[in-house]
Design a protein around this ligand. Structure first.
Ligand code: HEC
Length: 118
């Protein structure tokens, strides 16, 4: 009887532990795919995340990769509002992100890519 008690206790601790793990990874999942509320603050961290998920494939980690004729972002001299409008509407092989990213995400990524400039 005693050993049954102990195995139940161990099993329940194990189950609780697993649930905890599951909750944790769900949280991370949510953070990786945010629901982008409209009041999202503009931040460099958000810009970095958006860049890695959407732009890095063509522009590369530091903006100089130029896959598919992508502009070298480190050499760009466009003012910030033009950068934002290109991100919104796209250019040549680059699609516009107006419907994929929130205004805060677009402004955050724009502010991040100007940090590539030399
Ligand atoms: C499919 C590849 C591709 C992806 C993905 C992509 N771009 Fe581009 N990007 C391009 C191309 C092509 C151009 C146009 C180059 C030219 O004008 O000849 C461009 C141009 C730009 C320019 C204009 C630079 C200048 O000085 O003319 C900016 C800014 C820019 N991209 C930012 C971004 C951002 C931010 C993202 C992600 C949200 C992104 N791009 C995703 C291919 C891409």
């Amino acid at each position: 009887m005693r050993s049954v008690f102990w195995s139940l206790l161990i099993i329940s601790i194990w189950i609780t532990g697993c649930n905890h793990q599951a909750e944790k990874s769900n949280d991370q999942e949510v953070q990786a795919h945010p629901q982008t509320p409209s009041n999202q603050p503009i931040s460099l961290n958000l810009g970095i995340k958006v860049y890695k998920q959407n732009c890095k494939v063509c522009h590369g980690a530091d903006g100089t990769l130029s896959i598919g004729g992508a502009a070298d972002l480190s050499g760009s001299r466009l003012p910030l509002d033009s950068v934002i409008s290109i991100i919104q509407t796209g250019k040549k092989a680059m699609v516009g992100y107006k419907h994929m990213l929130s205004p805060a995400e677009i402004e955050s990524v724009a502010q991040y890519i100007v940090t590539f400039r030399k």
